[in-house]
Design a protein around this ligand. Structure first.
Ligand code: NAD
Ligand code: WQD
Length: 338
């Protein structure tokens, strides 16, 4: 069975993907600098799968470290998660985002190429579309990222597309995630944000756990069914399964392929909150606050192309996402042991 290099494998989506790859028979080598990941997540991966991922602590921009990994292990393909993901931080410090997200990806591709490894699955994002006029959004929709984070994701996609075009032998799947949510059903792995969470679901679970007073709902005057913003939330285990399917896809399908990973079913902030209230069994306090700068009313994926290409669909619904996220939060109130 093949061995997959998983950059950023100690993070939220990466750790769930390591578990999925190991459970389906792949060997896994994780490269992560632990900037936002945690080695304990990899111990949980082992606890779930009874298989151990190899762990190398290194920065994805460090070409010497990458070179050593490709010399030491017989890598067949890479799943590339390593990067920074805060939209607000990317506005404050765009150079950092270009350096880590674009520079890291270019360094990785250079080293892969020099070792003859030319199959890659890349963590892209629905932010590449920016304010899209399409609902649902197909892969061919116009790309107008509204901030440096989205620009770096689109720039990496362009680099991969050029490699695939120029250099026969390169094959890339860019997975554009919509809004990842949830946790492993075992309660052993989940999202472990440092500091105040930016995203909706970890904020809700921290309110439900009593760490924060109330959820601020950013705007209730959008043109949506209850006035709050609507997003396409996707369970992290469905995302992980999508990566394993993309690795299999690369075996048979040469070239460049961008694919949306979402469910195609948008939920409003109040609907997400209601799902968490069902999971927790209690009301979760909230307050309506002004709109957040840069937010849009609604976006959700056209998933037709991913479903056809990968033979994949998202299995979990919003109640599963809320239930699993709450199971993780209540079993691990302080996140992973550090
Ligand atoms: P995460 O922060 O939990 O995981 C990223 C991992 O990469 C962390 O373990 C971190 O330590 C590691 N890392 C960061 N910089 C690194 C570097 N220079 N060298 C080596 N390792 C480094 O984030 P996540 O939510 O799991 O996201 C994974 C990927 O998916 C990211 O590329 C992110 O941009 C993308 N993505 C995330 C979301 C989301 O909402 N979570 C949505 C779309 C796309
Ligand atoms: C979801 C909805 C908020 C927090 C971001 C990135 C995107 C991707 C996923 C990386 C919106 C509302 C939120 C809160 C709220 N990440 N909300 N109160 O903004 O859709 O997407 O994360 O690629 O790139 O932009 O996700 O979870 O922040 O917000 O009312 O405290 O919840 O207004 O409608 P977003 P989010």
């Amino acid at each position: 069975m093949k061995t997959i290099l998983v950059t950023g494998g100690a993070g939220y989506i990466g750790s769930h993907t390591c578990a999925e790859l190991l459970a389906t028979g792949y060997g896994v080598v994780v490269l992560d600098n632990l900037d936002n990941g945690c080695e304990a997540a990899l111990r949980r991966v082992e606890q779930i799968t009874h298989r151990k991922p190899v762990f190398v602590q290194a920065d994805v921009r460090d070409k010497d470290a990458l070179d050593r990994v490709f010399r030491e292990f017989s890598i067949d393909a890479t799943v590339h998660f390593a990067g920074l993901k805060s939209v607000a931080e990317s506005v404050a410090n765009p150079a950092l985002y270009y350096d880590v997200n674009l520079g890291g990806s270019v360094a990785l591709c250079d080293v892969m190429d020099s070792h003859g490894v030319r199959d890659i699955v890349f963590s892209s994002s629905a932010t590449v579309y920016g304010v899209s006029s399409d609902d649902p959004i197909p892969e061919h929709a116009e790309k107008q990222p509204a901030q440096p984070y989205g620009e770096t994701k689109l720039a990496v996609e362009h680099h991969l597309e050029e490699l695939c075009g120029e250099n026969a032998g390169w094959n890339a799947v860019c997975l554009r995630y919509f809004n990842p949510l949830g946790a492993h059903p075992s309660g052993l792995m989940g999202e472990d944000p440092r500091g105040i969470p930016n995203n909706l679901a970890p904020y809700i679970t921290q309110v439900a756990a009593g760490f924060r007073d109330r959820l601020m709902v950013f705007g209730n005057d959008y043109p949506t069914r209850d006035g709050t913003g609507m997003r396409d939330y996707i369970h992290v285990v469905d995302l992980a399964r999508g990566h394993a399917a993309a690795i299999r896809f690369l075996d048979e399908n040469p070239g460049f392929m961008p694919l949306n990973l979402g469910t195609g079913r948008p939920y409003s902030v109040l609907e997400v909150l209601a799902a968490f209230e069902r999971a927790v069994g209690e009301e979760i306090p909230y307050e309506i606050a002004p709109r957040r700068d840069g937010d849009i009313a609604i976006y959700f994926a056209d998933t037709t192309k991913a479903e056809k290409a990968l033979g994949w669909t998202a299995d979990f619904d919003m109640d599963d996402m809320a239930h699993h996220a709450w199971h993780w939060q209540s079993k691990n109130p302080e996140g992973y042991p550090r």
